[in-house]
Design a protein around this ligand. Structure first.
Ligand code: SF4
Length: 355
């Protein structure tokens, strides 16, 4: 493997967060919660922006030990045809969703770049905002997706520990640690406006992972100050394959991590998905978290065929409907926002045509 980038081990990029993560007492947790809430209110108001994932395909050529779509799982494989994607999008739109994250597995002949590009193009005609969570691509490929209306990329490093990464990624293109690590930068260079990063919590020692995520986020914010950067906090969920994580990340530590990130990085979106329980999500909304997934299906075809779609990538924990979840946010005096991006921003008129 080539040399690791200097930022990954530069402790100056995480020195303010480390003491917050190492504290364990109730008093410091309460102080952190009060500060995180105040910072969130000051920078984001009462708004929680909402999005939903759409799984396009569960074909995959990689062997990530923790994933229900790994190529050695026996569940049937499927990809959505374009008319099926449109049906799913219409079903999502009906429940108010305007911000969609398109997901695929690793690049395969069944679902490669051209399939993803056409899926983005189709989605951008129906939804105001389209982002992707898919295989790492070249700058030219990200540029082509940006031109089709893709404005966001989510890509988790899974673990920032290179040795552990090698053990957990048993085969396939995802074995390339550095290629994945540099993906957000290629996407920004290609014109994708915002990138989301994170570690799959439970795979490696949690404090070390949290510090590496913080360094990565700071590196991106400082180097690409025009791009939006967000951090997600996924914990391992049950999945086909029954992988058991080496580390337990309890609610208390996860809450501390989220609130520490909020106080140290006041301007970035912090994201919490339906992997987490309704209680935990309700507790963290407005206490650092500013962006959440809603009414998620993690099966291919899951919005139209809720009961009959095949295997999921992982089990959802918060399975409330969009209405139920929004009511819970409003009860906390928070405002759910389904659309805070308009497709018109994607291709603004040239200066002279605006005058
Ligand atoms: S995590 Fe992604 S690349 Fe790995 S097996 Fe699952 S779908 Fe494939």
């Amino acid at each position: 493997m080539n040399a690791l980038p200097a930022w990954l081990t530069d402790s100056r990029l995480s020195e303010d967060i480390e003491p917050l993560l190492r504290q364990t007492d109730d008093e410091s947790l309460e102080r952190l919660a009060a500060e995180a809430q105040a910072v969130t209110l000051r920078r984001f108001g009462r708004i929680i922006s909402l999005y939903a994932p759409l799984y396009l395909s569960n074909f995959c050529s990689s062997g990530c030990v923790y994933c229900g779509f790994a190529s050695d799982r026996t569940s049937p494989r499927r990809k959505l045809e374009f008319d099926e994607i449109e049906r799913e999008l219409r079903a999502m739109k009906k429940i108010g969703i305007g911000d969609v994250l398109l997901l695929t597995g690793e690049r395969t002949n069944a679902a490669g770049f051209d399939y993803l590009r056409r899926s983005v193009e189709l989605t951008a005609r129906i939804m105001p905002r389209v982002a992707i969570e898919a295989f790492p691509m070249s700058v030219a490929e990200y540029r082509a997706l940006a031109e089709c209306g893709c404005t966001g990329l989510t890509i988790y490093q899974e673990t920032y520990d290179p040795e552990n990464y090698a053990k957990l990624h048993r085969w396939g293109p995802k074995q390339d640690f550095l290629e994945r690590l540099e993906t957000p930068e290629r996407a920004i260079t290609g014109g994708i406006r915002s990138v989301g990063i994170g570690a799959l919590l439970g795979l490696s020692e949690p404090i070390g992972e949290a510090l590496a995520v913080a360094r990565h986020a700071r590196h991106l914010c400082r180097t690409y100050w025009k791009a939006g950067v967000s951090v997600s906090f996924p914990r391992i969920r049950p999945q086909e394959g029954s992988f058991q994580p080496a580390y337990v990340v309890n609610d208390r530590f996860l809450a501390r991590m989220i609130m520490a990130f909020r106080t140290a990085m006041p301007d970035i979106d912090l994201v919490l998905s339906t992997r987490e329980s309704s209680n935990f999500r309700d507790g963290m909304a407005g206490l650092g978290i500013t962006r959440m997934s809603i009414a998620s299906r993690t099966t291919v075809g899951g919005y139209v065929e809720a009961e009959t779609a095949g295997a999921s990538q992982f089990e959802v924990s918060d399975d409330r409907s969009a209405e139920e979840f929004c009511a819970a946010l409003r009860a906390k005096n928070l405002e759910p926002v389904f659309k805070n991006w308009d497709a018109a921003y994607n291709n603004p008129l040239p200066e002279k045509e605006r005058a």
